[in-house]
Write a protein that binds this ligand. Structure first.
Ligand code: AMP
Ligand code: MG
Length: 348
């Protein structure tokens, strides 16, 4: 299959491309689309056969459910059994935007989307091109990240091309993603709203609006084999470059000394903050920075792209730096990086 890459210049300029993308989706095909979080691989969420094509193209485990994307809050009513008050409050504050809410699902949602669970994840994206595609398709779109399963999520159309070229008919290139990490996931089906995955909408923002929000502890812990989890995605290593990643905690000077002392004859790469690049300027190490420690949103925006750059370097090992944990966007960065590192930490 040839993959058509379409550079989007605007809603009007590319009107016919949106119609074509909508038609592919209506006919049961898949299309990669830009969103404000990461690129998504979309299919008609109400068509089980279409949804299966997502799993095939990505090599995604069948038991990992998909997020359903809508263009209008009203679209939700057919997809869920009930809309809790908390969902309306959250939608008023954070939709459209990088927040996914979990509801009890209606029978319109095929088991392939919910991976057999009785719940469904729903999001209303703020990216205008994503919404234009949903409207052109005229159906809600199931859309996980448009990467090969296990690879870092794609934050540019070129990342999608690298992973899925030849496997899907169309990629809409809407430029780089604003947030750079996948959406925040909050479960609204229990007594207390529970954060299942940190993302662009932060824990502190959620608590400001809802009051109590509990946090699933598995956000920052390794899940052992066969352990039951609230969100199937927690089980998978995810976001991993080819080389092992080790997170090094401690001050910049100790970090530098540790890396230089443990270098031996390995091909070492460093993932660090902009502020730390100069530490290694006299070394022969490959140094990739992913933003400023002082601007955590820049770390979120660039993390996945940096992991892909590291993959291209093919090092034997990657020593990585992460921000301090907080109830801000840092929590999402730490969550993704911890998973890329399979929770391997060294504290200096
Ligand atoms: P992705 O689309 O690749 O960003 O992954 C979607 C994430 O949402 C995964 O971590 C899933 O486990 C999670 N998710 C989707 N549907 C549900 C659900 N019904 N209950 C809990 N988690 C879900
Ligand atoms: Mg994903």
């Amino acid at each position: 299959m040839t993959t058509e890459l379409i550079r989007i210049r605007g809603l009007l300029e590319n009107f016919e491309d949106f119609v074509r993308a909508g038609n592919i989706l209506k006919d049961g095909g898949v299309v990669a689309i830009p969103t404000e979080t990461v690129y998504g691989l979309a299919a008609n969420a109400l068509d089980a056969d279409a949804v299966k094509k997502i799993f095939t193209a990505k090599g995604r485990p069948q038991d990992n459910p998909l997020i359903v994307h809508i263009a209008d809050f009203e679209d939700i009513s057919k997809l869920v059994l009930e809309i809790p008050e908390s969902a309306i409050t959250l939608a008023e504050h954070f939709w459209p935007g990088p927040l996914t809410m979990i509801f009890k699902k209606s029978d319109k949602i095929p088991a392939e989307v919910s991976a057999g669970l009785s719940t469904v994840a729903i999001r209303l994206p703020s990216n205008k091109y994503a919404r234009a595609v949903i409207e052109a398709a005229g159906v809600p779109l199931a859309a996980p990240s448009a990467n090969l399963s296990g690879k870092p999520s794609p934050t540019s159309a070129q990342h999608v091309m690298r992973d899925l070229s030849g496997k899907i008919p169309m990629i809409l290139d809407g430029g780089t993603c604003e947030v750079g990490l996948e959406s925040t996931v909050i479960d609204l089906t229990g007594d207390v709203p529970t954060l299942l995955r940190p993302g662009g909408v932060t824990l502190s923002e959620l608590r400001k609006v809802l009051g109590t929000v509990s946090v699933n502890p598995k956000i920052l812990e390794e899940v052992s084999d066969n352990e039951p989890v609230a969100s199937p995605g927690m089980k998978y290593k995810h976001y991993a470059p080819g080389a092992p990643v080790v997170i090094i905690d401690g001050d910049a000077e100790s970090f530098k000394n540790y890396v230089l002392a443990n270098k031996t004859d390995k091909k070492v790469a460093i993932l660090c903050f902009d502020e730390e690049v100069s530490l290694f300027e006299d070394s022969d190490l490959s140094v990739v920075s992913y933003g400023s420690r002082a601007t955590p949103s820049s770390l979120a925006e660039n993390l996945f792209s940096a992991l892909r750059t590291l993959d291209d370097i093919s090092p034997d090992i990657i020593y990585a730096r992460q921000p301090d944990c907080s109830d801000g966007i840092e929590l999402a960065v730490v969550n993704r990086l911890s998973r890329a590192a399979a929770f391997t930490h060294i504290s200096l």
